[in-house]
Ligand binder design. Sequence first.
Ligand code: FNR
Length: 346
Amino acid sequence: MGKDANLIQSHRKDEHVFIAEKLFTEESNNRLNEIKLIPSNLPELSVNDIQSSVELPDFSFKSPFYINAMTGGSERTGILNQQLAEVAAITNTIIATGSQSIALKDPSVAHTFKVLREKNPNGIIFSNLSANATLDQAKKAIDMIDANAIQIHINAAQEIVMPEGEREFYWLKNIETLVNKLEVPVIVKEVGFGMSHETVRKLSDIGVRYVDISGHGGTNFAMIENERRHNKDFSFLRDWGLSTAESLIDTSSFQNNLTIFASGGVRTPLDIVKCLVLGAKSVGLSGTFLHILNKQGQDALTETIFDYQTKIKMLMTLLGVKKITDLTGVRYILSSELQNFKNQKQ
Ligand code: FNR
């Protein structure tokens, strides 16, 4: 890859962070607010009894949320990765890196990703590449940060809005190869447009064991890429995709076939708990944590994560639930619109 092309890609990473922050709103549109959890007025529990860790066959979460994929690839985003990695290490939180393709094309930016492992030597880290990455590229990305798993992002809507984006989307066969040949677990993730049960069925059929449905309602890559376009002529895709709540409802019948993670517009400990009640095993946050890091700094992000860990236990107490796995037994009421969506599920 030429020097100019590398510079353009690095610049794009800075733009993504800048525009994501510019478009960030405190209110998200992921429709989790249309779910009411039924509390227990007699919990018969102490907050100290609550166990909020999540044990999965391949890794465990101290608390049921993680820092989801964001960045790397430029000097500025390398500093963000350094800060995020330090926060992850202090709080014992799993962290995913942003797409490493840029570092495979231009090794001079690999240090902006390697910092994730340097600053978080004992933590669990997820690599990240696109769904057309070759097996060799995936192995290199994993080695680069000694990753414990790899996220493979599927982002057709984002690519379509990017003038320089992909126009050919033949991904399934390649994902199957990655799942079969890599030695670490593969997590197939959206980037904020949600997943339907048809998508999850196809992934389950080829042996995928982890998905992150990353739904609509928070960071919106159609709008981020639209901002970068000369004519900004893709605003009609503003509401594209399934929201986080809709994705979890639509894919619920697959919860026993594979592990479903959720993300997309998650702002509060209550949002996290709602995703877990709907069957997610853990919940990713990108935009919210990036916003706190940008506006209040690294220490504030560390404090926020400790605070979320405590508040999740408080919420579980209010629901009368001692273990994360019991959250799926909590009764909830859907808004009539979400119930209507659920009724129309094929
Ligand atoms: C992202 N996201 C992302 N996802 C991915 O798989 N690879 C990537 O390189 C990136 N890059 C990226 C940059 C920035 C600045 C943000 C904010 C996000 C998408 C992210 O992991 C997540 O799927 C969506 O952002 C939705 O979650 P939030 O942001 O609403 O919590």
